[in-house]
Design a protein around this ligand. Structure first.
Ligand code: HEM
Length: 407
């Protein structure tokens, strides 16, 4: 049976999850020697078992020549990748997380909301005026992209610069087979971002504003050490890579699901109070982050046998969110599902997504604008296959061409 390394399974993994989960909530992908935790209860338990499953990347995997060159360029001409936040375990993680939690408060997200609404409405207005769009490039990418870019000190017209930086920051993860030459080119683009950000960090140290960078630079208390420049660079890298493509995927998938389920679109138009549950059901049904890695640092006893020390383990959020022991008829897309919010799309435990409320707000603002501004929405032509770029951990949709009529 082909598995998670197969691009066609990555493109549409749900039948594969169902067949695996029907046998056991934990399994081993033999061809890539990867243990997968795919049941919701088992994934939650493992994500809380920090003495068995570590977030510190394994040193045993041999880095490719492209990876070595990329990191050499960052450390020689900029700031080397440091292990902060997502790549750490407590107690190291605890300090980072405590300071980050001061930045991503519910009050901060409420403060950002009118501005996110405004970006969403202006993108939707442009599309409504044209009557057609490629939804991923024209709406789902720029909504979170413009928001983060502005937080970094760019203005709306520089969104393309931000896009270039974000693509470079994601390049090693998205294109593991890249050549040394390509790695050198991508590293140069990330270095451009690092030097721009370094100047912005220094500026906000002296003149704080009400943006994310200022909040990060000033997150420490009086008796706490401020983040170093290396830490700030790494944290910003995680915010960009963690918060951009993921939110884009969630917004694109939400729209596609509504088109594929016209009864649910009609229901949402009739009952706007279901918008919050719709957002949760999209995240459950088609989780933007299908899986993330851990390393076993103690032997783990699972229903599929013992996971040995040193093994690579994947918490498979995408499968857990289709676990039939938790979600009735898990493949059905149902915006009235009573326990949709029980999903693990934002992870669980100490690494639970720090940007979850921001992501939920961006999705809510996006669909408010779409429902308000578009009277009709339809696909402009056939969907491409494969629909997603190949990746073992994300499912970024390539293109979604639409025709709309303005409301
Ligand atoms: C729909 C959109 C999003 C999804 C599905 C998502 C998903 C996730 C998941 C599954 C984790 C857990 C990682 C782990 O256990 O190792 C995580 C962590 C994280 N997310 Fe998100 N995320 C989203 C949006 C965002 C946004 C908007 C930001 C910030 C701008 C963000 C920043 C982060 C960071 C920094 C972490 C690491 C937290 C830690 O290790 O303590 N994410 N996210």
């Amino acid at each position: 049976m082909s598995g998670l390394s197969d691009p066609s399974v990555q493109d549409d993994p749900f039948e594969y999850y169902a067949s695996r989960l029907a046998t056991c909530p934990v399994w081993h992908e033999d061809d890539i020697d990867l243990w997968v935790i795919g049941g919701l209860a088992e994934a939650r338990e493992a994500l809380q078992d920090l003495s068995t499953f570590s977030s510190v990347p394994s040193k045993s995997r041999r880095a490719s020549d492209a990876q070595i060159e990329y990191h050499r360029m960052l450390s020689t001409h900029g700031w080397a990748r440091q292990a902060t936040l997502q790549r750490t375990d407590p107690p190291v993680h605890t300090r980072y997380r405590k300071l980050l939690n001061r930045v991503f408060t519910p009050a901060a997200v409420r403060g950002f909301t009118p501005h996110i609404d405004e970006i969403a409405r202006s993108l939707a207005d442009d599309i409504a005026a044209r009557g057609e769009c490629e939804f991923v490039a024209d709406f789902a990418l720029p909504l979170p992209g413009i928001f983060i870019a502005e937080q970094l000190g760019l203005d709306r017209t520089q969104y393309r610069t931000f896009r270039r930086w974000a693509d470079a920051m994601l390049a090693l993860a998205n294109r593991p087979q890249m050549s040394v030459e390509e790695a050198r080119h991508e590293a140069e683009v990330e270095l451009e971002a690092q030097h721009f950000l370094a100047a912005e960090f220094e500026r906000r140290r002296a003149e704080p504003g009400d943006d994310l960078i200022s909040m990060l630079v000033h997150a420490h208390g009086e008796d706490e050490e401020p983040f170093t420049m290396g830490e700030l660079q790494d944290l910003m890298h995680q915010l960009v890579t963690g918060g951009f493509e993921t939110t884009t995927a969630a917004i694109s998938k939400g729209l596609l699901l509504l088109l594929q389920h016209p009864d649910q679109l009609a229901l949402l138009r009739e009952r706007r109070d279901l918008l919050g549950n719709f957002v949760e059901e999209v995240l459950r049904h088609d989780s933007p982050v299908q899986g993330l890695w851990r390393q076993a640092i103690c032997p783990a006893h699972t229903p599929a046998g013992e996971i040995p020390v040193g093994a690579s383990v994947m918490m498979r959020f995408g499968a857990a969110n289709r676990d039939p022991r938790v979600f009735d008829d898990p493949d059905r897309f149902d915006i009235t599902r009573h326990n949709a919010r029980n999903h693990a799309a934002f992870g669980f435990g100490v690494h639970f997504c720090v940007g979850a409320s921001l992501a939920r707000q961006e999705m809510t603002s996006a669909f408010e604008a779409i429902l308000d501004r578009f009277a009709t929405i339809e696909l402009a032509g056939e969907l491409e296959h494969p629909l997603h770029d190949p990746s073992i951990f994300l499912r970024p949709m390539r293109r979604l061409p639409l025709r709309v009529t303005p409301a």
